[in-house]
Design a protein around this ligand. Structure first.
Ligand code: PLP
Length: 449
């Protein structure tokens, strides 16, 4: 057990038992904890004082890096000035300022922001907006929701229902009814070691036509996909896939939701994947990079006609139009953090920096192709994955061991899913730090060979 104040002067807990950790193998963690005390720019400091390079932007969220002064100061100021104001029937100015900024950032007429506190809440919010939209237009039979195999849309019942990760679904009963899934797009046989978008698989979008034939479009509300599947281990979309999905959804009056909880705010070198791919969704879910992970916050961006249809549906201006929201929607401290984050992105040109670094990142990452047990490498923007073959009969264990060794022996934080190592460094990463990350990952892969 940890009892003392360590080199970092941060008091550490003397009992790890009470915290039931999320998405964590609790038993093993508590035998061999990976505890973090501080963070600054590209590094965490472990409680024993080691500098750990952050190859994952925390959890795909700290896009501006850690401890950035403008964000820290904005949060400190805001919490002193206005710690809370309700957003139900009241509001504070920064909420409107932030919504207007986001309306400018997202492409086309994605002009309205509905604030949440997480990616999961953003997903459930977007699904509800889709249902409400069809209903007020007199197409209330459009209730069916379509996700994709291996998709991750957070952990709300809506999100796990349209999501496609089996372990996230199998424990939790019947989930939402009326949900279907498109096939996932990973095809290692045809596309292994693709740099950027894989060539094969655009036709997988046509599976949507089969679902339309099966159910009739008049029963389908929305399709939700991650433009780049992130949590499953970085699956960039096959070339042309998103365009086809957009064309089919449009043809049948089905809303297209892009879950951009990972891809928005510079990860692909643009404000959003929608902008990067030039494909216009109807709703976009975001969180994470919105505040660079500093304060929990999410935002759903809705196209003008969706907002106007729902808000315009009530003739009586004193009636609430959408029965949905969270106590902490547009929390003042989160809004201050988000505004300061967007200013940091802009002032430091971090989206452009991310775009400029992407080719270097790609070549560095693909340099790992000859490392032992590497069966695929995938990349797009400043995200990438190295897929390893599993230990015989023990799926997931090789990457798990890699994550532990990475932290304890190589001073690097990586993310794992199955036997895939996923990486998404903060957008402030330098070329030298990319080299360092790749060199360390090579050492880690060798260590679990
Ligand atoms: N959607 C996507 C695409 C995500 O990657 C995530 C989290 O990684 C979520 C939703 C859920 O976000 P949160 O953990 O903030 O609820």
């Amino acid at each position: 057990m940890l009892t003392q104040e360590l080199a970092t002067n941060v008091a550490v807990p003397n009992d790890l038992e009470a915290f039931w950790m999320p998405f964590t193998s609790n038993k093993h963690f508590k035998q061999e904890p990976r505890l973090i005390a501080r963070a600054k720019d590209m590094h965490f400091t472990s409680i024993d004082g080691r500098q750990i390079i952050d190859a994952t932007a925390g959890l795909w969220c700290c896009n501006a890096g850690h401890g950035r002064p403008r964000i820290v100061e904005a949060v400190q100021r805001q919490v002193a000035d206005l710690d809370f104001a309700p957003s139900f029937q009241f509001a504070h100015p920064k909420a409107f300022e932030l919504a207007s900024r986001l309306a400018q950032l997202f492409p086309g007429d994605l002009d309205h922001a509905f604030f949440t506190n997480s990616g999961s809440e953003s997903v459930d919010t977007a699904l509800k907006i889709a249902l409400a939209y069809h209903r007020v237009r007199g197409e209330g039979t459009r209730t069916r929701l379509i996700g994709r195999e291996r998709g991750y849309h957070g952990v709300g019942f809506g999100g796990i229902s349209v999501g496609g990760m089996v372990k996230n679904r199998m424990w939790f009963g019947s989930l939402l009814t009326g949900v279907d899934h498109l096939p996932h797009t990973l095809d290692i046989d045809k596309n292994a070691f693709s740099k950027g978008l894989p060539e094969h698989g655009a036709e997988l979008a046509d599976e949507l036509e089969k679902l339309v034939t099966l159910h009739d479009a008049s029963n389908i509300a929305a399709v939700i996909v991650e433009p780049v599947a992130g949590s499953i281990g970085v699956y960039p979309p096959p070339r042309g896939y998103l365009e086809r999905l957009r064309a089919i959804t449009e043809k049948h009056g089905i809303l297209l939701i892009f879950d951009e909880v990972i891809t928005a705010y510079g990860r692909l070198g643009k404000g959003s994947a929608a902008e990067y791919f030039g494909v216009q969704p109807d709703l976009v879910t975001t969180a994470k990079g919105l505040t660079s992970g500093v304060i929990p916050m999410g935002a759903v961006m809705a196209r003008k006609h969706i907002h106007d249809t729902i808000v315009g549906s009530q003739a009586d201006p004193k009636v609430i139009e959408l029965f949905h929201g969270y106590t902490y929607s547009a929390h003042p401290v989160a809004c201050a953090a988000a505004l300061a984050t967007l200013e940091t992105y802009e002032e430091e040109g971090l989206f452009a920096r991310s775009a400029e670094l992407a080719p270097y990142w790609q070549e560095a990452l693909h340099g790992l192709r000859d490392a032992p047990n590497v069966i695929d490498i995938r990349n797009i923007g400043l995200m990438g994955a190295v897929e390893l073959s599993p230990y015989p009969g023990k799926p997931g264990h090789r990457a798990y061991d890699a994550m532990c060794k990475a932290f304890h022996e190589f001073d690097i934080m990586i993310r794992i899913t199955g036997d895939t190592i996923a990486m998404s460094p903060p957008l402030i990463v330098s070329k030298a730090q990319i080299d360092e990350i790749v060199e360390k990952v090579r050492g880690v892969i060798d260590a679990v060979a």
